[in-house]
Design a protein around this ligand. Structure first.
Ligand code: SF4
Length: 210
């Protein structure tokens, strides 16, 4: 499925139960030639209302973090593992089956953008995109070369919003992005790992760390 097909289908998608908790699909946004691809977990209340990724306090934090390395939203493609808001206040995390249902859209976005750096925000995105089972707090800030890209796990924005120490770690991790963005693409060691079964249960094909 190419990007245009994925976007068109996702906007009316009913592949998983999250179609019942959303008010609109939040597909993602940004230039298709971006070298930085940012993946959060799921749309929240503000994203669901606005129809755009990373809104509200989390969005403002992301803007500040990007600004700290001289980037704006116009230089990154922003999306989430699932494109619809999970139920609950605050929303629960997406389930493995929901992430798998949405996987094809994420893969179409990745293929179209072909970024050099994939920034995985939080435990779920980190585990799914790196294939490593450790909590993101243990592997954050170290790039994993996969599929000709650097997958770079770091803490989630909501977590950093409420914990100053985590915010400092997130800022430090963002400080490594310019180095990765200016580096040569890594040799392809394995395929970007987005499993369809249990999350966080497997190791990458090549667990070398950058
Ligand atoms: S989360 Fe993804 S798979 Fe599920 S209904 Fe929304 S767009 Fe479709």
């Amino acid at each position: 499925m190419d990007f245009a097909e994925a976007q068109k289908e996702a906007l009316g998608c009913r592949r998983c139960g999250l179609c019942h908790s959303r008010s609109q699909v939040v597909f993602g946004e940004g230039p298709l030639n971006a070298e930085l691809f940012v993946v959060g977990e799921a749309p929240g209340f503000n994203e669901d209302r606005e129809g755009r990724t990373f809104q509200g306090a989390s969005g403002m934090l992301l803007d500040r973090l990007l600004g700290s390395i001289g980037l704006g939203r116009d230089r990154a493609y922003l999306t989430t593992l699932v494109k619809c808001r999970p139920p609950g206040t605050p929303p629960r995390g997406p389930k493995p089956a929901e992430i798998n249902s949405c996987r094809e859209y994420l893969m179409s976005q990745l293929a179209a953008v072909d970024p050099k750096v994939v920034l995985a925000l939080g435990d779920l995105a980190s585990r799914l995109l790196t294939g490593r089972k450790e909590a993101v707090s243990r592997i954050r800030g170290r790039a994993v070369p996969l599929d000709g890209r650097f997958v770079f796990p770091t803490l989630s924005l909501p977590r950093a919003l409420y914990t100053p120490a985590d915010r400092a770690l997130l800022l430090s991790d963002f400080g490594r992005l310019p180095e990765l963005l200016s580096a040569e693409r890594p040799a392809t060691y394995g395929t970007l790992n987005i499993p369809g079964g249990e999350t966080g249960a497997r190791e990458p094909a090549q667990p070398e760390l950058f």
